[in-house]
Design a binder for this molecule. Structure first.
Ligand code: SAH
Length: 476
């Protein structure tokens, strides 16, 4: 059967794609329907027809899936943030597990049997909302020229006014309203991406969950705010306010932050504490913080990379520690180490830890974090993992018992993987935010002397399609 644009079809959604889109078949044709969830029976309008498949827009839910729930956020369909908020949380976790397993099978060429045998249940959250410790809100103007803030409509740069995102902390709303009121009162302009004019571009808000410390950084197309003290006087009324700064970004780019920050009030950084958790506590499914002495303190500046879900981060790093099987005598390399979070978790249980990270500021932060926590057996190198590691191996013959990698979405570079294989550590712990590139890299490692032993997902980004996964490889 031939389908044409604007045809109305009915479909049963029986799968979900990598981006959370519903997938259904009609007369041998595959349809991709955003906002439809697995199990839904729907009516949809055909939008774009390709060879053998088409995109359609959800027009009516005829019979809702048993896993469909009322989303908390009224904007979830427009906003690009939470692709699967309409799916019950248990079903979200199953979706992510399926995605990980399917990538391991299709891309990694691992057998279904092995995958089922070694994959442990995904680590979810008790409360999958209000988990983000960081938010970056764009500032703009509506049709009538009023300043607004909120979230970009999926795949566009149009702002939906909303100061109350269900993934963020409650202080976001208070702080954003103070900033909007101040802007109205003193006629401070919002930056327009289209025209490259106007002053205030973005507001970054961060909170240390363990400390309650708050950071506000206002990104400007300029170097100062008019009546700055008036705004500061308001913001410091918010409980926990610790650092208020501006960031200068005069470039016509969609990169949010510029390179330079100036502190207007308070400290340059906020601190947070991450604790090592026992596997039993992780398996208990409880999200509570453990205020014991296993905590490591981190200073976070507006420009630092820091995991956005601190509750799940503790669980993920503790899992990585478990997979590393440290006894205190090991030499560990932590590649893509950021501000040294995993390195410092490992340092307390290893003889020596070395980290490699590409961003200079992050390396400085990592060293300062080691010192802050009195950790003396962690050393950090700046540069690309795929350059620094081979060079040190060639010139100094470096050694590792355990190598931990936590690369960005594109995964590890071939030169990095080759050197890892040459260094022949007993164990490799691979943390990944993209199971497709993970599967590709595992295929290489398993063709070169390693066996995949353990796999476990950690849901760091509840209500979105993204999923973190941690695996353990052992040398044959
Ligand atoms: N392990 C850290 C950071 C993980 S994010 C944590 O959990 O906090 C990935 C990190 O890899 C980022 O800090 C990024 O700056 C760094 N990075 C990206 N490409 C890199 C490369 N080629 N070599 C080394 N580090 C890189």
């Amino acid at each position: 059967m031939e389908f044409q644009k604007d045809d109305i079809i009915t479909l049963k959604i029986d799968d979900m794609g990598m981006d959370g889109e519903g997938i259904g078949k009609s007369s041998g044709f595959t349809f991709f329907v955003k906002d439809a969830v697995i199990g839904d029976q729907i009516e949809a309008k055909v939008m774009k027809v390709k060879k053998g498949y088409a995109y359609a827009r959800l027009t009516k839910i005829l019979v809702p899936s048993i896993d469909r729930i009322d989303p908390k956020c009224p904007y979830h369909r427009q906003c690009g943030g939470c692709q699967i908020q309409a799916l019950d949380y248990k079903a979200q976790q199953l979706f992510k597990e399926r995605k990980i397993k399917s990538n391991l099978r299709r891309i990694g060429a691992f057998s279904q049997e092995l995958i089922e045998q070694i994959t442990e249940p995904i680590i979810g959250m008790e409360e999958p909302f209000f988990y983000r410790n960081k938010a970056q809100f764009p500032i703009g103007a509506d049709k009538n020229g009023n300043v607004i803030t909120g979230f970009y409509v999926g795949r566009t740069h149009t702002i939906i006014p909303n100061t109350d995102c269900a993934l963020g902390v409650k202080e976001n709303k208070t702080i954003l309203e103070m900033i909007l009121n101040y802007m109205k009162r003193y006629q401070v302009t919002a930056y327009s991406e289209k025209e490259g004019r106007g002053l205030v571009r973005h507001v970054l808000i961060r909170k240390g969950f363990a400390t309650g410390e708050l950071m506000v950084c206002i990104v400007l197309n300029g170097d100062k705010l008019p009546q700055m003290d008036k705004l500061v006087a308001e913001l410091i009324k918010v409980k926990g306010m610790t650092s208020i700064s501006i960031n200068i970004n005069r470039d016509r780019t969609n990169v949010i932050m510029g390179k330079v920050c100036h502190t207007l009030w308070g400290r340059d950084t906020i601190t947070d504490v991450l604790h090592v958790r026992s596997i039993e506590s992780i398996n208990s499914g409880k999200d509570t913080y453990y205020a014991d002495d296993s905590g490591i303190t981190f200073a976070i500046s507006p420009l630092s990379f820091y995991q956005v879900n601190p509750i799940q981060t503790e669980k993920l790093y503790s899992l990585a520690l478990e997979y590393a099987e440290l006894t205190g005598i090991e030499t560990v390399w932590d590649l893509y180490c950021g501000i040294g979070t995993i390195s410092l978790f490992m340092a307390k249980r290893a003889k020596q830890v070395y980290g490699i990270e590409i961003i200079e500021q992050a390396v400085k932060d990592a060293r300062a974090n080691a010192e802050r926590n009195g950790i003396k057996n962690a050393r950090f190198y700046m540069g690309k993992a795929e350059e620094v590691l081979p060079k040190l191996y060639r010139e100094d013959g470096i050694y590792a018992d355990v190598i931990c990698v936590d690369p960005p979405r594109k995964g590890c570079d071939a030169a990095c993987l080759e050197t890892i294989v040459k260094m022949a550590p007993k164990r490799i712990v691979y943390i990944s935010c993209d199971s497709a590139t993970l599967a590709r890299d595992l295929k290489y490692l398993c063709a070169n002397g390693y066996v995949l032993r353990r796999v476990r997902g950690a849901d760091m980004f509840c209500n979105t399609v993204h999923c973190e996964v941690c695996v353990q490889l052992c040398r044959k």
